[in-house]
Design a protein around this ligand. Structure first.
Ligand SMILES: C[S@@+](CC[C@H](N)C(=O)[O-])C[C@H]1O[C@@H](n2cnc3c(N)ncnc32)[C@H](O)[C@@H]1O
Length: 464
């Protein structure tokens, strides 16, 4: 800030013309991050959909865009743990804090505890932001609370908040996950809440990082090696069609613009491939993707079905998502139906291979949706598992005797995975994941971010 020359003691103060108060300077990346928090909290926005619009509106690119993204996504991801820290620093119930001020506090606390921004800058810029957003009357409160937050670091706060709790509670706080999700991960990894929890910690840490973008080079439409060259990425670890990008915008690639390649997590590719790879005797002509929207796996299955003289049908409950399936499969001969998979007007036993990529909690793809971990709750699970059971019964009914069903979820929650397929005739799904390491004892497959660098996808193969 420019400093004025000191006034000589005793010299008369010169009258200055009245000036309107100067608007507080706006730090656009921080303002963008704050507006993202408001959109998520007040409008139930999805952060990954709201952010690109905000970046465009503020004309942010390059380092500024990266900084706004880091602040916005990081704060949204850590919101639950940040709220516990803030509650310990506020002398009134957090629910009594005005929502705009609570978001400013979260943003300030995130900078203090999870970035290398110096404490004085984190506090000062948050106070400035309060003025720039019409919340200036809370400036003193923000300053006081954030100074208390800055008295310790992330490790110190999470250790203090976890005192007297289980080791799992500490890991959940430290990796910014709700306890019930940390418990679901531990159970899926076979670890106890009061045990060593080494792998659970690694899984939750990996789940707290932004994921690498994966591309799929659809067979028959794109060459994987050319996509590696064009994207500057590297070949996927397991899927013969995957490319792992090291950065950059996939939408800028000509292969993606020309719909020869798409964006798809390698784990999702592997689960679609597992259905195509599964051993099958007899007829292999009719494939079905039962819950297909928005059509990522449908596109890969369509690309695989054609050369094998199989025909693919896709079904989706919601008409707007069925439209997305049509768009994603426009280059192939795919029949797209719109309806409830439990009441499809197709004859029982009509299909040889059926993919049931079931609606689920999405706990295995939290890396992609910063706000999702705090929106879902354990109360969501029973309704979903009831639907998953009904959908699996429908999938088996639609499959011919001896045919195969791939039951897939992007969740590792045991209630949505092993417990749904228990009691059915399971194939050893590991055989349909050639070259994939760390697959455990089977017969089902659970992929993990920390083991495979993929979403935590589950796949069981069932004989109808
Ligand atoms: C996990 S998503 C499928 C993702 C898709 N396989 C992909 O890779 O792009 C589950 C889909 O099932 C749809 N769905 C939910 N209930 C359904 C039902 N009863 N019948 C058919 N589809 C349903 C949802 O709308 C959602 O699009």
């Amino acid at each position: 800030m420019a400093s004025r020359p000191p006034r000589r003691p005793g010299s008369p103060r010169r009258a200055r013309p009245a000036q309107p108060p100067r608007p507080a300077p706006v730090d656009r990346p921080r303002l963008t991050a704050y507006q993202l928090l408001r959109a998520v909290a007040a409008e139930d926005a999805y952060a990954n959909l709201a952010l690109p619009t905000l970046l465009r509106e503020h004309g942010l690119t390059g380092r500024d865009a990266a900084f706004a993204t880091e602040l916005g996504y990081g704060t949204v991801r850590a919101a639950g743990t940040l709220d516990e820290v803030l509650a310990a620093c506020i002398d009134r119930p957090p629910a009594d804090v005005q929502p705009e001020v609570r978001d400013l506090l979260r943003l300030g606390a995130y900078q203090l505890l999870r970035t290398r921004i110096p404490a004085h800058a984190a506090v000062a810029t948050t106070v400035e932001l309060s003025r720039a957003t019409g919340n200036g009357r809370a400036a003193g409160f923000l300053n006081a609370v954030l100074r208390k937050v800055s008295a310790s670091d992330w490790d110190g706060w999470t250790a203090r908040l976890a005192q007297g709790g289980t080791a799992l509670r500490r890991i959940a706080l430290h990796t910014a996950h709700p306890y019930w999700i940390a418990a679901a991960f531990a159970a899926a990894l076979g670890e106890q809440p009061d045990g060593e929890l080494d792998e659970t910690r690694r899984a939750l840490e990996a789940d707290d990082l932004r994921p690498q973008t994966h591309l799929v080079a659809w067979p028959g439409r794109a060459d994987r090696d050319e996509l590696v060259t064009e994207s500057g990425g590297s070949p996927g670890r397991y899927s013969p069609y995957a490319v792992r990008m090291d950065g950059g915008d996939p939408a800028a690639l000509s292969a993606v613009r020309e719909r020869r390649a798409g964006v798809q997590d390698e784990g999702s590719q592997l689960c679609a491939l597992a259905l195509a790879n599964a051993a099958l005797d007899g007829r292999d002509e009719r494939w079905l993707d039962l819950c297909a929207g928005p059509g990522g796996k449908t596109a890969l299955l369509a690309a695989l079905a054609g050369p094998r003289n199989a025909h693919l049908t896709a079904n989706e409950l919601h008409p707007h998502r069925a439209e997305l399936v049509r768009a994603s499969t426009a280059h192939w001969d795919v029949e797209v139906l719109t309806g409830d998979a439990r009441e499809l007007p197709t004859p029982d036993g009509g299909y040889d291979r059926v993919l049931l990529d079931a609606p689920c909690t999405g706990l295995g793809a939290l890396r992609r949706r910063p706000e999702a971990r705090w929106r879902r709750g354990p109360q969501d699970v029973p309704e979903l598992t009831a639907l998953q059971r009904d959908l699996l019964a429908a999938a088996l009914r639609l499959t011919r005797p001896g045919g195969v069903v791939a039951y897939v979820t992007c969740s590792p929650h045991l209630a949505e995975t092993s417990e749904i397929v228990a009691g059915h005739d399971l194939l050893d799904a590991r055989a349909a994941f050639p070259g994939v390491d760390h697959l455990g004892d089977g017969p089902t497959v659970q992929l993990w971010p920390h083991r495979h660098g993929t979403d935590a996808m589950f796949c069981a193969l069932l004989r109808a």
